[in-house]
Ligand binder design. Structure first.
Ligand code: FES
Length: 569
């Protein structure tokens, strides 16, 4: 039995009065007693004028409500924070934990028997999954879906790998102001999330892989009718969850097998490195640590199968037409635990068993004929990264995966911005660009600054890629030989702080190492000299909370007090 409106009564010391008052107020909206006696499905509304990736949320909410009501329950829409990548300062990552906290508390505080979480832009689905993993009621997710592909000069365009590609060409003087403006008009040709295998697509697909949304809901385009029908069906499922006392919570769906299935898919699909941070935060909410060694092992055995930018050529609508997540899981069936449960009641194995192959499609390859023989993400260690770092090797330059180069150090994002394009910068194509103090605490908010631009004077010479290392993140839409998430970060006493311009950096992706070439005594001496950087400004409010309680990248950059108590030390 659901409790509907009787759940979570406001505390007045008289429960009967609390319910009486609640009903009196809600009747101001015209609800009947029949409606108010139904099980309640909460629907999180993340629509915002600042978030075009969520531009279809009003339509999805209407369809979800229809599904809930067709199944006999009562939908109740409530607002939560919405975060868009380009409209969040200093970074969207800085606000992810705030959204997770706020969503969790709104689910906990308000009377609902189940909840539908509609999200899409990079940080929103991760924040919502973190929130739901810490909540006690069942939840089902509804990604907003990828945007449509644009066209320019006879080629397809998609946000936002092409944003970087064309901006790089503009910086190098290859295209003029008029053309970059024209491209700017075409890059995001509809509402919806970025259409390459960036963070939003990766997390939407992983939501499906891990059984938290309906089959095909990870990839259906934002502007197609299938997305709206999926919303209606999501509402029906949510209504069932609301009345089923045995309905699983998100915590129960996210078994170790489900998370491992997610890692398998992440490697096979060319997913974003940001997913590693988000999965670490989600598993932290479950009282577990993300198994980075297993992620790396899977990267050695599972090749890249999906031909989508930035590792390949195509866009999410082609991935969806090719069969989407179920077809991808079928291609890696030998590594998938088919017993993993889903929120809609079937196992992942049952979904895979019912996949009908799309004739002639070439977007989702087979293990025998992969797009690239290596997996997407490699996990590195070394004297520069005692707690690890990652590289998206599928989007890196093959000839730079083994490299020794001279460090050119930038002490902060601001320092990099000021000097990177200077003609006086002493830099050569085989140098290693080092950016530090750009991690969770140092920036703060771990910006996507790890994709350091190629210094302008080298870009003009035609240099397209260099080894770049940092404690920052990188957009899932970016590409290059870029080592990210170095932990601990420089601002937390990590050895990135001791690198000096002129030091030799050794990258060995095959050996999974990133090291600075100095002797041990010198290394130790420099580590003793690390000086704590002062906080950037007098801190108050959320900034203070963030600075004091944020964890490192390998722990998901969540707040320490939000992780589960059951977490192994
Ligand atoms: Fe929202 Fe890319 S900016 S998904």
């Amino acid at each position: 039995m659901s409790n509907g409106l009787r759940r979570k009564l406001t505390s007045y010391g008289d429960q009967g009065f609390s319910l009486f008052l609640r009903k009196a107020f809600i009747k101001a909206m015209g609800y009947s007693d029949d409606a108010l006696d139904r099980p309640i499905v909460g629907i999180a509304n993340t629509y915002s004028d600042f978030n075009p990736c969520h531009g279809n949320v009003p339509q999805l909410i209407e369809a979800t409500k229809r599904g809930v009501m067709l199944a006999g329950a009562m939908p109740m829409v409530f607002p939560t924070i919405s975060i868009h990548e380009s409209f969040a300062s200093p970074t969207s990552m800085y606000l992810r934990n705030l959204m997770a906290m706020e969503t969790e508390e709104m689910i906990r505080a308000q009377p609902m028997d189940a909840v539908v979480l509609i999200g899409g832009c990079d940080k929103t689905l991760p924040a919502q999954i973190m929130a739901a993993a810490s909540s006690e009621i069942p939840a089902i997710f509804l990604p907003t879906g990828p945007m449509a592909v644009g066209h320019h000069g006879g080629e397809r365009l998609g946000a936002c790998t092409d944003c970087r590609r064309f901006w790089g060409r503009f910086r190098a003087g290859e295209i003029d102001e008029a053309e970059i403006t024209e491209v700017n008009n075409k890059l995001a040709s509809s509402i919806g999330t970025c259409t390459v295998m960036g963070t939003a697509s990766t997390m939407a697909n992983l939501t499906e892989v891990m059984g938290l949304c309906l089959p095909r809901a990870g990839s259906a385009p934002a502007v197609e009718s299938e997305r709206v029908r999926l919303a209606e069906e999501t509402g029906r499922v949510a209504a069932r969850l609301a009345v089923d006392e045995a309905a699983p919570t998100v915590r129960e769906i996210l078994t170790p097998q489900a998370i491992r299935n997610g890692l398998v898919a992440l490697q096979a699909m060319g997913g974003s490195t940001n997913a590693v941070v988000h999965l670490a935060a989600i598993t932290g909410r479950l009282g577990r640590r993300l198994d980075m060694a297993e992620l790396d092992r899977l990267g050695r055995s599972i090749p890249l199968l999906v031909d989508l930018q930035p590792s390949g050529q195509h866009y999410m609508e082609q991935f969806h037409e090719a069969g989407g997540v179920p077809a991808l899981l079928k291609a890696v069936r030998h590594e998938i635990d088919g017993s993993a449960p889903t929120v809609y009641g079937r196992t992942i194995g049952e979904i895979i068993d019912n996949v009908v192959d799309e004739p002639g499609q070439t977007i989702i390859r087979t293990v025998e004929k992969p797009l690239k023989p290596i997996g997407t993400i490699a996990v590195l260690h070394g004297n520069l990264a005692p707690r690890g770092a990652v590289i998206k090797q599928s989007a890196a330059s093959k000839d730079l995966l083994q490299h020794i180069g001279r460090a050119v150090v930038f002490d902060s994002v601001e320092d990099m911005t000021l000097r990177i394009d200077s003609d006086d910068l002493d830099v050569k194509a085989d140098d290693v660009l080092v950016l530090r103090n750009a991690g969770p605490k140092g920036a703060p908010g771990m910006p996507e600054a790890g994709y350091l631009p190629i210094p302008r004077k080298l870009a003009r010479q035609g240099v397209k890629d260099m080894v770049r290392i940092s404690d920052a993140r990188m957009s899932g839409t970016a590409f290059g030989t870029i080592i990210l998430h170095i932990a601990p970060e420089a601002a937390d006493g990590g050895p990135l702080a001791i690198v000096r311009t002129g030091d030799r950096i050794r990258l060995d992706v095959e050996g999974r190492r990133i090291d600075i070439d100095i002797d041990e005594a010198e290394f130790d001496r420099r580590m003793l000299e690390i000086i704590d950087r002062p906080s950037p400004a007098p801190l108050r409010g959320y900034a203070k909370l963030y600075q004091e309680r944020v964890l490192q990248a390998d722990e998901g950059a969540d707040f320490d007090f939000l992780q589960s108590d059951e977490l192994d030390a």
